[in-house]
Design a protein around this ligand. Sequence first.
Ligand SMILES: Cc1cc2nc3c(=O)[nH]c(=O)nc-3n(C[C@H](O)[C@H](O)[C@H](O)COP(=O)(O)OP(=O)(O)OC[C@H]3O[C@@H](n4cnc5c(N)ncnc54)[C@H](O)[C@@H]3O)c2cc1C
Length: 385
Amino acid sequence: MSQHWPQFQEEHDMFRKAVRDFAINELKPHAEEWEHERYFPDSVFREMGKLGFLGARYPVELGGSGGDIWYTTCLAEEITHCDLAGLTMAILVQTDMATPIINEIGTKEQKEEFLMPAISGEKIAALGVSEPGAGSDVAGITTSARWDGDDLIINGQKTWITNGTRADFITLAVRTDADNRYGGITLVLFPTDTPGFSVGKKLEKIGNHCSDTAELFFENCRVPKRYILGEEGHGFYYIMQNFQGERLVGAISGTAGAQRVLDRTKEYLQERNAFGRTLAGFQVLRHRIAQHETDLEASRCLAYHAADLYNRGVPCQREISMAKLVAGQSGMRVIDDCLQMHGGMGYVEEGPVARAWRDARLLQIGGGTNEIMKEIIVKAIGFGR
Ligand SMILES: Cc1cc2nc3c(=O)[nH]c(=O)nc-3n(C[C@H](O)[C@H](O)[C@H](O)COP(=O)(O)OP(=O)(O)OC[C@H]3O[C@@H](n4cnc5c(N)ncnc54)[C@H](O)[C@@H]3O)c2cc1C
């Protein structure tokens, strides 16, 4: 795929190959076991940190590789070769959802204490925004933080938090001003060994089983002022800024995951026979393959276009929202039809599609739903109200 795109240089291709080899050789052999056990070991973070996969676009002086967004693209695409969307999500939370904002606005001390060990894989990171009463409506969060001397005292609850049961720290959104809806939210770096913090339950999901998704509770948790990220009261805007990278990698990895299922389906259609010919011999199925290839190419082009703008620092909320919307919808449609083209083999766990079909549903919800993407797009084009 990369040969068509001039932004991928030889170094990107080497990085791409290294991630792919790791995913195929070190992760994929455990896919069935980890998915069944609804778990994967913390050591995966450390191994990927040692190989330089967790800091591809972070500065060299922080232990990263100093690369551009195209390294992140390679990571997000190639890690899908592990066939574990839950693991892919957990790693991308570490690299592109919970930590970019630390790199952008964190102090030197915050970067040393949180970002550098996240890049090396010594610390696991989570992003804590959603609450039982506030998911799409980020400005509706109520987890409170009140000042007590130079400390913040945090009380409240978060839910659906990826890496929530195992995180060493959480990039956490709290409300520091109850009377200011948008300007009353602050981001803090929250170490999970803080007294008063507890993990409620690990949530049972319909897919992405090997990743942990948790409810988190905060009861009089004391956090020093030095853990505030950026400026007090600016948290909502930092979260919106951070969402851009999160949604972009979601679009890229979702499209890559769907492409892998489509590639396997092409092989299956060439191997399986019915009515005296291979399934690939039926024009109706070949045309569906052509349609899916076209849809995924369109999805990839849009995601790459958004990545290019993002890489150059051009405002691209509209393009990123479109890319996530298209990736979620096309990916689901393609994988659903791949399941159909596998017949009974599509519906059983031993086949290559059933798990991907369950996993793919998430992209239309997590990191901002389809409806929220559409809200952003109509605002960006100045349509309505
Ligand atoms: C597996 C998983 C992992 C997750 N990981 C994390 C994580 O690591 N960190 C984190 O903070 N969050 C995480 N989330 C939460 C996720 O971001 C939210 O679920 C998502 O943003 C939707 O919020 P909600 O569930 O509260 O839905 P709601 O906001 O209650 O929405 C319900 C429905 O109403 C629609 N809706 C809401 N507002 C509007 C509107 N204005 N116009 C039209 N329709 C609307 C929505 O699109 C949706 O269809 C995760 C969720 C899942 C399922």
